[in-house]
Every structure is written in C-alpha cells, then in structure tokens.
Design a binder for this molecule. Sequence first.
Ligand SMILES: C[S@@+](CC[C@H](N)C(=O)[O-])C[C@H]1O[C@@H](n2cnc3c(N)ncnc32)[C@H](O)[C@@H]1O
Length: 282
Amino acid sequence: MSDINDQYDPYFQCYNAVKSDPLYYYCGEYTTIKEISQSGIYSDNCLSGMKILDLGCGSGRTIAHLFEKGASEAVGLDLSPHMVEDAIRFLTEIGIPQDKFLIKQANCFSSAELYNALPLEQYSEHFDAITAQYLHCYAENLDKLTESFLVSNKWLKRDGVLCFTAPNPKIATEFEYFQELAETRNFFLQFKSLTHSKEQIPKEKLAFNNLETGKELFSVSTFLYQINHFREALNRGGFELISAKGLEMNPNSGLNLDDDRNILRVGEYSDGYSFKAKNNSI
Ligand SMILES: C[S@@+](CC[C@H](N)C(=O)[O-])C[C@H]1O[C@@H](n2cnc3c(N)ncnc32)[C@H](O)[C@@H]1O
C-alpha cells in the first residue's frame, strides 16, 4: 500500500468537502441510523447506549452523527492515516470525550489487520451494530468482502446488526457517464463506467475534476457489487441479508427532493443502497 497517500490525500480533502454537503449527510447516515436503531425510527436518542463500530469511517462525520443520536461508544477504522488523524481531531473539537471513541488505521479487507486493530480478546461480541458508508465498493473481489464480514461477525453481539451503504450498480451498467455537484465546489465529480462485459462485477471510475479547467485532479476505481454478490459474501461471512433498499432522504432535512441537485437519484435510480444483515445462526 505504498501509494495509499497518493491516492487518498486528495480524495480525503475533496471527500470532506462533499460530506459537508447536507444532501449526503441526510441520506446514507439517516437510513443507516434508522436501520440500526431498536425502534426503526430516526429520533433523538434512538441509538441510546449503543456501542457501534464504523468501518471506513473517513473523517468521523458519521461517528459524530451516531453520538448525536445517543451512542455510548464508537470505534472507527480507516485505511487512510490522514482520515484517521482528521477524525480524531474533528471528534475532539466537537467535544466528544476521549474515552468514548477510538479511531484506528486498518485495511478493512484484511482479517490480519482487523484483528490486530481490534483484538478478539477485547472486542469479541462487543458491538451492538457495525456500520459502513460507501466502503465495500473498494473491495477488489468477493473474497475480500467475505474476509471483512467474517471478522465483523466475531465482533458483533449475537443479536447485533450490520448495516452498510453501497452505490447502486445500475448506475454504472446503464449510464456510461455522468457528473454531479458541478456548481457547489471548485471541483466536480465524474463517474465513468469501466464495465465492458455483463459477467464482470461492474466497476466505475470516480474522478474529481477542476471546475474551471475541467482537468482531472485524480481518480479512484470502485466496484459496484450487486445485491446477490453481497448476499453471497454475507452468507460466507456468517450473516443473513435481511434487507436491501434505496437510500432515504431525511424528511426533516428541509431539502427539496425535487431539487435538480438531488444527488440521491440518477435518472430514475436511487443513487445508493442500504444493506442490513444479522448473524445467520439466530
Ligand atoms: C467514500 S469514503 C466514506 C467515508 C465515510 N464512511 C463517510 O461516509 O464519510 C470511503 C472511505 O473508505 C476508506 N477506505 C477505502 N478502502 C479502505 C480499506 N481497504 N480499508 C479501510 N478503509 C478504506 C477511505 O479511506 C475513505 O475514508
């Protein structure tokens, strides 16, 4: 992973800017919080007392949201040391006590790194919920996904829930190219399908381009797993898929769903999906 900083440094900065856009804040996290709460309702204290692990935690914005809804403890893991640093700084700045959170660097698709970061002696059946926003699209194949799910299963309480969001694969298979967020930042995002055969797991290139010159600043490739792929990897990891649904927009966000900038939809498709799974021996 020698190129990790080359790849993630610029991504990290741009992604932080995107994450401060309320449209993002209000869909993936809103749906996830609803799904993991006991009541199934997004409300004050709906995560009261819960211990939650956020995989691919980025700059800690999701973790802050979990605390806002009453979580008692949150742990975050991310591959990028810069994301980790920023998450620690951000959570400290907003006043989350040091003993309530732990952020560590780890490759979430390597069981060795995961066990090293959160040893089973301490974290076996520890978490009420494990979340991940747009992480699994970075796994290169189903075996890597399975590896991550197997470890997550050991960390989760037996009645715990795993809930993650992922991009909608239809977007890459049916739209060769699209772009978004053009006027809001000094860069715009371009998505380009890299899939040439129906048999392949769809892959897309996500590029950040300079708004004025159009020049590509950098890009990353992501895999767009379909529901069946996730179901298979989850089963192999000891989970049962309970639901897969399009991301919902927080109705209290005050944002207009018909707004042209509504990034939740591309054409008639939902931009992303929320997956919920539980231990398959229950
Ligand atoms: C699209 S961002 C989402 C960040 C965060 N979940 C959020 O919603 O703000 C993807 C994150 O996954 C991290 N990531 C990518 N590959 C990873 C891996 N193999 N293990 C751990 N984190 C990874 C990136 O560093 C980045 O922070």
